[in-house]
Design a protein around this ligand. Structure first.
Ligand code: SAH
Ligand code: AVI
Length: 337
């Protein structure tokens, strides 16, 4: 139920932009070209999320094969009060907030403790960001709501400083970062966290290959549409001319690297102009990597944190150990590593 407008007058939603323009600038075009010219061409997974892609992701979250969303929701429902009391959070900051539904489980817990002051959402998709920020402002009129349209790899400084904050990064999105991006992300996160801030991160866990591959090869073909949408996004944003119909969806689990890899594979010879006179040619079977989705164990996640100035404070999982919520905190000054 939407609350009357008066309830919101004291707490307007503020939407700001990160310092780095999110789309269509020369530097981003250069990055897109560079990635497409690698030996194994690559598209960064941030390019999935135009409005159509974000809606497709929402459909994915409801698929029977995609256990991640409902499992994380169940964990959060179970642990929200405990996490809020462990961190004493007054402010929630969600990175990659999307439709902004799971955050409510934590906001409700903060409200129950009478400590709900502020919420900041950061996402690259402006439409989803604005809509979810407004819906939260309607439903939690006692808190201030800010939205940052930005890239969580570049714009964490736009969230600003504070304390008693709980940062959340849900869905397993941290697994979409390449190892170097992950290390850089953890470094920039540490730089904006105060000593008494916490970070709750959702991690999809290593499990049998069949279950993992089914989650990325759903029988309704929604993941395939989501994957191929990246080509449409590049065509629209960067003036490439991929023939989307000439590609098919591929997703497989790489057991050595412990990640799902999504690719698009040419069904027949095809080419795409990259602008500046450059042309990419594909033979049938040639592929572009569009996403990695890393699966963690408690050990591999703790290893990823090593040297970042952050440490694992608590680990919560579901009865089948499909997914985990890890509570991370800055290493205390003077504490031994
Ligand atoms: N938190 C939601 C959505 C997860 S989907 C959930 O738990 O269901 C991943 C979200 O991250 C999308 O909303 C997408 O727009 C956003 N995203 C992807 N790459 C991003 C980037 N580099 N910077 C900021 N947001 C990004
Ligand atoms: C957002 N992210 C955690 C999803 C994942 O599972 O890696 C994106 C996705 N890709 C295919 N299906 C869903």
């Amino acid at each position: 139920m939407r609350r009357p407008l008066e309830a919101r007058i004291n707490q307007p939603v503020t939407i700001v932009r990160g310092r780095h323009p999110v789309h269509g600038q020369e530097t981003e075009l250069a990055e897109v070209r560079r990635n497409l010219l690698r030996d194994l061409p690559r598209i960064d997974s941030k390019h999935f999320y135009d409005d159509a892609g974000s809606l497709l992701f929402e459909e994915i979250t409801r698929l029977p094969e995609y256990y991640q969303t409902r499992t994380e929701e169940a964990i959060l429902a179970e642990i929200a009060d405990q996490v809020v009391s462990l961190t004493g959070a007054r402010e929630l900051v969600e990175l990659g907030s999307g439709a902004g539904r799971k955050i409510r489980l934590l906001l409700d817990a903060m409200r129950r403790r009478g400590r709900l002051e502020r919420c900041v959402l950061l996402d690259i998709n402006e439409t989803f960001l604005t809509t979810s920020a407004e819906a939260l402002a309607d439903d939690y009129p006692e808190m201030e709501v800010r939205g940052v349209v930005g890239d969580f790899l570049r714009d964490l400084d736009s969230v600003g400083m504070g304390d008693d904050r709980l940062f959340i990064f849900l869905a397993g999105t941290i697994g979409n970062l390449y190892p170097r991006q992950l290390a850089a992300f953890l470094g920039s996160l540490r730089a904006v966290l105060s000593a008494n801030d916490g970070f709750l991160v959702g991690l999809d866990l290593v499990k049998d290959t069949g279950r993992l591959e089914a989650a990325y090869n759903d029988s309704a073909g929604i993941t395939a549409s989501f994957n191929l949408n990246a080509l449409r996004v590049l065509n629209r944003r960067f003036g490439t001319d991929f023939d989307v119909e000439a590609f098919e969806h591929v997703a497989f689990y790489d057991r050595d690297r412990e990640w799902i890899e999504m690719r698009v594979r040419a069904l027949r010879p095809t080419s795409a102009s990259l602008g500046g006179g450059r042309e990419l040619r594909f033979e049938a079977g040639d592929e572009i990597r569009t996403e990695i989705s890393r699966k963690f164990t408690r050990q591999s996640f703790a290893a990823a944190l090593a040297g970042s100035g952050l440490e694992l404070a608590a680990w919560f999982t579901d009865p089948e150990s499909l997914f985990a919520s890890a509570l991370v905190r800055p290493v205390r000054a003077g504490a031994s590593r």
